[in-house]
Design a binder for this molecule. Sequence first.
Ligand SMILES: [Zn+2]
Length: 91
Amino acid sequence: MFCSKCGKQINDDAVVCVHCGCSTKNANTTSTITDNVSVGLCILSFLIPLFGIIYWPVMHGKTPKRAKACGVTALISWALAFVMLLGMGGL
Ligand SMILES: [Zn+2]
């Protein structure tokens, strides 16, 4: 087999790569973060728009879909609040 880190051929039952020394077992198991739209976080963003606005840019690199959903929900919440304020002002 080949080392997933340096790409050089190593023994099939080797525990560590003889070329770069990285572990062959943990080499492929990279931490995958689930990037699903979280309903709980969306509700939180709707109730506390500031949370969503901050969460969006901070978490965009790690979980873009979830972060965007929170940010958009926060914007919708703010837009609704603005419309409601306008409506009250019109009365
Ligand atoms: Zn290697």
